[in-house]
Design a protein. Sequence first.
Length: 562
Amino acid sequence: MDKELAAKAKEAGNRDFSAKNYAAAIQHFTAAIQHDPSDHVFYSNRSACYASLGQYPEALADGRKCVELKPDWVRGYTRKALAEFYLGELDAAEATYRKGLELDGSNDQLKAGLEETLRKKEDRNSPFANMFNSENLTKLMAHPKTAGHFYNPQFMQKLGSMQQNPNRIQAYLQDPAIMDCLGVMVGLDFSQVGKEGSEQRHGEGNGPTHSPNNPQNNPQTHPHNDFHEDHTTPEQRTKSEAEEEKVKGNAAYKSRQFHAAIEHYNLALELNPAEITYITNKAAAHFELGELEKCLQLCEEAVERGRETHADLAKIAKAYTRKANVYLKMNRLDEAIEALKTSLVEYQDEKVKFQLKDLEKLKKRKMEEAYINPGIAEQENARGNELFQAANFPAALDKYSEAIRRNPRIAEYYSNRSATYLKLMEPMRALADANQSLDLDRSVVSLWARKGNIHLLMKEYHKAMESFEAGLKLEPGNEDCQEGLGKVMFAISASGDRQIDQEKRQRAMADPEIQSLLADPQIVNVIRDMSERPSESQHYLSDPRIRTAVNKLIAAGVVKRG
């Protein structure tokens, strides 16, 4: 026996169960049982997995073992009774539920299970129990009078309802389609009921037409005039009352009367314990009251009851989403993220997807903020400088990157890494870091010079020109910027007699600044005149704005010099 290994296996099983990986969960719980066969919880959990897979004989065996090991543990009875219910052993299920209630008479799960079992037994004994069996359905689908009804979604919904609870047929006796089906099954045409009396009232019959003893003249007994009789079942009325309490609870919640809302949700649960929406609504009220632990407890209860009653997965998912909100309020971000992931396993809700992305971004930001340490950043930067001087550029790159992670608000670190990327012949990354550095501090002339040189290397002459000119505005006599600008002009001149690089031209045409210049009618006219009448167009260049624009277009390779 190894309780520690058993506990680890159980924990793994719980994770797989939450993720609906029931087969994997069964393996883990089986391992837990092998390590410690005396723990009743392991059998209970494995029983729940088997039930979720519809393997009810196995679920029943584990439920029995759980009760055997821990006869005073209520949940074991819910496991055992649930399996008995789905195996059709309704008498045994009833006895198990009652035994559990002897231990805990207020347990809502046991109450709901017993109620459902008794209702199922009643349905089984109903005279309508086998009315819509496969033989009769085949007959109805083949009969010309009823075959068409099977293409009507509303009819199919009612049919499904009656198959689930045969006594519900009494609620549909006013439906002509249902009456057609009954008529075909028993060999009568109910659609003619009442017509004979109508004809007699017009003098075509031989019998009395207005006798009070004629049931066809009595609106209380006429099958098509019975509008005032209540055909709802006790179950339907109870559920309706529960919904009324929920509506009252929601109204109180919106009015921020949270204690009153909780009372209404409790009443709704007493009427319909299987509806987990009432539990999650109640959890929301406790959340607003700041009772976070109670809210978490209710969310867990909603999930567990939802599993046992096979509730709508969207409702179970909502319980997990509500748990996530509680964890977030508690600053337990990792648990909030896991709860949202589990919610999405149950049901793919777009809002929850966005919420998960937001929390993951928040987690990343918090991790980055927690990692910031200016002291360590400066040490990493200094070490990077040493490695750079030693021409160990890959190692220097790692140090500068770590300095940036430790303190991403220092322009110098990006500038140093930019220089390193240039040494490693990665101009695009060097340019990105130079731009990032300038975003933090635009007053560093050496950065403008480096940015210009990167653009020059990439043959983006117009951008190189802009960068060198920006540096010269800050420091008019700066040698690096003056030298760089001279290189740009030489490169433009040297390429003047060659065919314009089409790839370079396409890149330039994608530049918003170049697009703006080419959209200027005056600039377009100047370019046309320079092409058609070059000797007469020189006077345009006396205008500084036009001269700068034309030089940029020439530098970009959009316009050919001469």
